[in-house]
Design a protein around this ligand. Sequence first.
Ligand code: HPA
Length: 279
Amino acid sequence: MSSAPTLDLAADFLRARLGEFHPKVAVVLGSGLGRLADSVSGGTRIPYSEIPGFPSSTVVGHSGELVTGVVEEVPVVLQSGRFHLYEGHDGETVALPVRVFAELGVEYLIVTNAAGCLRPAMQPPTLMLIADHINMMGGRGSPLTGPVVDGEPRFPDLHDLYDADLRSATRKVALELGIRLEEGVYLSLLGPCYETPAEVRMLQKFGADAVGMSTVPEVLVARARGLKVLGISSITNMGAGLFQGVLNHEEVLEAGKELAVDLERLVRGVLPKLGEGRK
Ligand code: HPA
């Protein structure tokens, strides 16, 4: 068993910093999806540079801070800016914030990301509830390899990883708010290149509906720690070869910003429902 000294340092720092504030829900905000963090009033902002063991986020569109506060009467911690394997971080670093959230007593993880569309009938831009995932990040994508970390099983079960009750509650909120919400399988690659058209055809055959470069490492740790997970992708573009043109990060960010309005409404609508059981 290992107790990961970096984790202890980061958790101790945040416990001291947050005092009597105990977040129940953590939200990981993907590229261009920082709106929710900007809208938390009176929250505490903690730049990654102050947190022991947290590297600074290097990707455009990721600001690199934790924001804590009360949203829709729920105590939350927002991770504005995530770490990616393609930046050269290992899985342990990518998933460090989630391990820290678990140490702080967080019970629910809401993960968001930007993703490309593999299902022609699901025209972007749209939000997509993640029903399940396919991990194609290779060995580096799992923060669970190596010595078992205290409190985590060696062989976590991944059945119902994206919690069925949370998905059902989210579908209901989307319907009530008039937000278009697709549902499908998210497939993660290491990146940082976008896919080739041949890869897109292959991934379609694998049964994936969306492709991205994040999320899976964090979600695996959330499961190992017993957090309930809700995943929402902002489907920003058609996959390579499924449209005329080229992909670039600026356009992905732009489309993500458009979707961020509905994403924020959806997350705000779901927050009070967490813990209410089957809807
Ligand atoms: N591929 C991989 N990751 C992405 C994409 C894509 O098309 N769009 C946004 N993130």
